[in-house]
Write a new protein. Structure first.
Length: 569
């Protein structure tokens, strides 16, 4: 461990460094997208009704977002990103200061900011932050209040991201085992009796009960935040919804090779007999589930190895792919070895690393993706610190190389923070910043490829008087535009069969929907499993033509698409 005394000066320097890095990250050509919009939509649903979306979509985060929503878009989003990432950075620095000292801890965190910025869902950052603070609360002599605070912080992490319940299970088991070993079973019941010092846990439990008792009846109160008529089950649990979605996508890819004419409404019956839960799917088709879990393990290992600067073979023959996978497995083993060696005999940190690993390992049940690797960031930082410290010690034994020793830890921190190519974002950020400065066009959190933010000023006034608007981007419109939510419609209410002329669905009527936003994504892509291309071809495209025949105006939204509005010019 690095035993570095924290002084007010060092604290001020670290805070200034982090604030400067966050301010710089605002200038990247990035902005929140689909899943992020959904959380802001749930915040608006609460603000207008006093009720919450399902627990798996974090009612707590909806409350938190309302601290910023009064600022109005886009300032609300920019401010929330800045404050949330600042909280996460501080929590990580607090956790790793004993191992790296304040300055190297700040350096380690800054390397991960590009990944934290773009890894959706954004609520993962707060879950990570509160789990780090929960471990920090156990660092010194953990009395009753510190333990209660730790569990309360783990509870908040869980309420931000439901998968973080793993930490609660791990520490309950450990604390129970430890207590039984020291004081015996006869004293366990007395230990569980609530005391005044337990108020943090009681407060979190009361908050959770409040969320459960105040559930919204809105048609979008599900984990997908769209009309779920044509999706298997009620979509109330994130784990079930993600599992069914991802396994159907893989089934389509493996059997048909294309998503163009396939939809989960049909394929889920084919693969799982219509089962809408993980357990139901396993019972219906255990061989496919087992095979997909094995494939997911194959996917996960290179994803984790890709969090470093380890070179990868994107396209190669089967032999090179196997060699690359085995090298990735070796790299993962090295990371884990370094991380567990670094924490030594610290039980809380050992259990924290175990929980972090289980969090990312659990993604094989559904589908491993780089953006779900946020929980493993502490593993990479602590692993890098161990290898860096050993390199530094090795350099110190050689007078000629001793001067390089001070660079050993920063180099290893850099090597362990690529995040599947996200180091390129740091380079691209500088390039984009130089280009924007030369053009005199600095933009805060604005994506140049899919510019919802750039479209907002033009789109907002156009849709304000729509009787009803249908859009693939309904969460963005619902979250940020001055239009009542009951006038915003998602395309998922349309069935994946039939056509505009058939009686299966009659939701596209001028008296109900007089505006249609046809984004480039809707017109040019199709999606997979939840297939919006079918809906567009069979319903929306013909309906747009019908509106135009009735005199609808067509407004070009640069970079986004077109708005077709009945009664427009």
């Amino acid at each position: 461990m690095e035993h570095s005394t924290v002084t007010p000066f060092k604290t001020a320097v670290v805070i200034l460094i982090v604030l400067g890095a966050l301010a710089l990250s605002l200038l990247s050509h990035w902005e929140i997208s689909g899943e992020g919009w959904g959380y802001w939509l749930s915040a608006r649903m609460f603000a207008e009704s006093g009720r919450f979306v399902v627990l798996d979509r974090s009612p707590l985060y909806a409350l938190y977002l309302n601290l910023f929503s009064w600022l109005g878009y886009p300032l609300s989003v920019t401010s929330e990103y800045f404050i949330t990432t600042l909280i996460t950075a501080i929590a990580l620095i607090v956790l790793f200061r004993p191992y790296l000292g304040p300055y190297l801890s700040a350096f380690a965190v800054l390397l991960w900011i590009p990944f934290l910025q773009s890894a959706e869902p954004p609520v993962q950052k707060l879950a990570l932050a509160f789990s780090c603070l929960a471990i920090a609360a156990r660092r010194e002599q953990a009395g009753r209040f510190r333990l209660a605070s730790s569990y309360a912080l783990f509870g908040l992490a869980y309420m931000f991201r439901c998968t973080y319940i793993i930490f609660i299970f791990i520490f309950v088991i450990w604390d129970t085992f430890n207590f039984l070993r020291q004081k015996g079973a006869k004293n366990l019941f007395a230990q569980l009796i609530p005391r005044h010092s337990d108020w943090p846990v009681i407060l979190v439990m009361a908050l959770s009960a409040y969320f459960i008792g105040m559930q919204s009846t809105h048609r979008w109160n599900n984990t997908s935040l769209f009309t779920g008529t044509w999706f298997p089950g009620d979509n109330k649990r994130l784990s079930d919804g993600a599992f069914i979605q991802n396994y159907n996508e893989e089934f389509i890819r493996l059997k048909y090779g294309t998503c163009a004419d396939k939809d989960i409404y049909f394929t889920n019956r084919e693969i799982f007999g219509g089962a809408a839960t993980i357990t139901g799917a396993i019972r219906a088709n255990p061989s496919f589930v087992a095979g997909q879990v094995i494939r997911n393990i194959k996917y996960l290992v290179p994803i984790i190895a890709g969090m470093t600067e380890f070179p990868r073979t994107a396209r190669a023959g089967i032999f090179l792919r196997v060699v690359s996978w085995l090298c990735s497995l070796f790299m993962v083993a090295l990371v884990l070895y370094g991380a567990f060696r670094a924490v030594g005999g610290s039980r809380p940190m050992l259990l924290f690393l175990l929980g972090s690993i289980l969090l990312v390992a659990s993604t094989v049940i559904s589908m491993p993706k780089t953006r779900y690797m946020v929980p493993v960031i502490p593993v990479f930082i602590i692993g890098a610190s161990w290898y860096g410290a050993n390199l530094r010690n090795a350099f110190s034994k050689n007078k000629m190389a001793a001067s390089l020793g001070c660079l050993a830890v920063p180099i290893m921190l850099f090597f362990f923070s690529n995040a599947d190519g996200y180091s390129r974002l740091r380079i691209n950020l500088i390039k984009d910043l130089v280009k924007d400065v030369r053009q005199g066009d600095l933009r805060l959190m604005q994506n140049s490829a899919y510019p919802m933010k750039a479209s907002f000023e033009m789109l907002g006034p156009l849709v304000r008087d729509c009787r009803g608007i249908m859009s693939l981007e309904h969460t963005f419109i619902g979250a940020f535009m001055e239009l009542p939510l009951d006038r915003v419609y998602d395309i998922w209410e349309i069935p994946p069969f039939g056509s505009l002329e058939t009686p299966h669905y009659n939701g596209l009527r001028p008296e109900r929907v007089d505006c249609v936003l046809v984004s480039r994504n809707l017109a040019e892509n199709s999606g997979c499993a939840t297939n919006f291309g079918i809906r567009y071809r069979n319903y929306i495209k013909p309906y747009v033509k019908l509106l135009q025949k009735q005199g609808a105006g067509v407004y070009e939204i640069p970079g986004l698409g077109t708005l077709v509005k009945l009664g427009g010019d």
